[in-house]
Design a protein around this ligand. Structure first.
Ligand code: ARG
Length: 465
């Protein structure tokens, strides 16, 4: 019976009388998602084989055959010729099986001194290191676009909000740069997470180490790892580095989602501050007038998906005894999907931001007649000696009269203002224009043009742009 179909118990068959039930095979198999680890798996195996030979654990001709064979398997995969089989369970057994088909018995020596537990951990470290570096670069590209758009629109003043109520006007550039700093922190967190990814788990064996005289330092060196796991049990059961990556990607998604929410608001008829380019919006199948900001909405929605992957893996890990448990196979799909999601979004956002139209006239009109200069009116009275609380009271009254009578702060005559406080002088009205209000905020990190120019320079220096 067991000879009827070849299955993964080709690999561990000695003890088994039957192949797994077909439904078990489907449940157990990870090949449909872990095949993306094929290239790092081969790189890890080549380094392992070289080390086995150098340590005198396998013969030179076996090592040579294994390495050449693994290179052929890699070529087959690149050409799309490799057939991945579910009955061979995962990427490790598929590659080893194909290697043995190609080179015969020597293929069976590759797995000496190694287990799939340390092998899969190695693959995930190699893969995540690559991906974290790639995402870091993609975020940097996006930051550069945000900086360029900020700089190109330095003269644009928009209302700044708290509680989504008009608060104080700010430079549009200042608003965009706020996101650059968020994304910079994400980059910093990625670099930090990378430090924990950059450790070699191979050599841990199944959990306890190996009886062969392996040289872990040499493998670490060949694969470019900064460190080696000091404890074999920790090496095969650690998934912290995946959780850290997911948590960093989750925070990145928080930031991207907040930016998306702003784009959606700004692109609405109600705000009308920007117009997203046709290439980044979609129409409605029923309402011909509509241009929907789907990209931003999808980013906002996909944030939930990435957070879900973080929560999912935290939950998988929380009750596991040492060392490897098959539960840990569940570490992959979530982080793969999170990585794909982030790549997909970062392929779109820079172009969407650099092509969006900024509706300057409309933005200017939005600021006309609003009360976002009220703080400055109060600050004016404070400079004349009035305690801030009293100044707040006086201006509060002026605002309330203005609203009742339908006029702006700048519509008041000096005489009328003097009726509210004798401290007002002719120079007050000039301090209430949006430009004056913005440029008065000269504190470090403030929105004054001069400060924003400095901020731009600091941001450019930080990211090398
Ligand atoms: N496909 C497995 C995983 O991703 C590889 C490790 C399997 N180890 C084992 N002892 N069954 O976790």
């Amino acid at each position: 019976m067991s000879g009827e179909r070849e299955s993964s118990n080709v690999m561990w068959g000695g003890r088994f009388q039957k192949p797994p039930h077909v439904a078990v095979q489907a449940l157990n198999a990870s090949i449909h998602f872990d095949k993306r680890l094929a290239f790092v798996d081969i790189a890890g195996s080549i380094a392992h084989a070289r080390m086995l030979f150098r340590q005198g654990i396998i013969a030179q001709d076996d090592a040579e055959r294994i390495i050449a064979g693994l290179q052929s398997v890699r070529t087959e995969i690149e050409r799309g010729e490799m057939v991945f089989r579910e009955d061979l369970e995962d990427v490790h057994m598929n590659i080893e099986h194909r290697l043995t088909e190609l080179i015969g018995e020597a293929g069976g020596r590759l797995h000496t001194g190694r287990s799939r537990n340390d092998q899969v951990a190695l693959d995930m470290h190699l893969y995540l290191r690559e991906q974290v570096d790639a995402i870091h670069e993609e975020i940097r590209v996006f930051e550069r676009v945000l900086i360029d758009v900020a700089e190109a629109n330095l003269d644009v003043i928009i209302p700044g909000y708290t509680h989504l109520q008009r608060a104080q006007p700010v430079l549009f550039a200042h608003h965009l740069l706020a996101y650059v700093w968020m994304f910079e922190r994400d980059c910093e967190r990625l670099r930090d997470a990378r430090k924990r990814i950059d450790a070699l788990p191979l050599g841990a064996g199944a959990l306890a180490g190996t009886t062969f005289p392996i040289d872990r330092a040499a493998v670490a060196e060949e694969l470019g790892f900064d460190r080696i796991y000091e404890n074999s049990m920790d090496a095969v059961s650690d998934r912290d580095y995946i959780l850290e990556t997911l948590s960093t990607l989750s925070l990145f998604m928080v930031h991207l989602s907040r930016l998306s929410e702003e784009l959606i608001l700004w692109n609405s008829t109600e705000f009308g501050f920007i117009e997203l380019d046709d290439a980044f919006t979609t129409g409605s199948s029923i309402m011909p007038q509509k241009k929907n900001p789907d990209v931003a909405e999808l980013a906002r929605g996909k944030a939930g998906r990435v957070f879900g992957h973080l929560t999912g893996l935290l939950t998988v890990c929380k009750g596991l005894p040492l060392a490897y448990n098959k539960d840990l196979q569940e570490d992959k799909e979530g982080v793969f999907d999170a990585i794909d999601t982030v790549h997909l979004l970062l392929a779109v956002f820079p172009a969407m931001i650099s092509t969006m139209g900024i509706k300057r006239e409309r933005i200017k009109r939005a600021l006309d007649g609003d009360f976002s200069a009220a703080t400055d009116m109060a600050d004016y009275l404070v400079r004349k000696g009035l305690p801030f609380r009293q100044a707040h009271e006086v201006v509060g009254r002026i605002v309330s009269v203005s609203i009742r009578e339908g006029r702006a702060l700048t519509d008041w005559s000096i005489d009328a203002l003097r009726g509210e406080s004798a401290l007002f002088d002719d120079d007050v009205l000039a301090k209430l224009t949006p430009e004056a209000v913005v440029n008065a905020r000269m504190s470090h990190g403030g929105t004054a043009r001069e400060r924003v120019l400095e901020q731009l320079a600091t941001a450019r220096a930080r990211i090398g742009h």
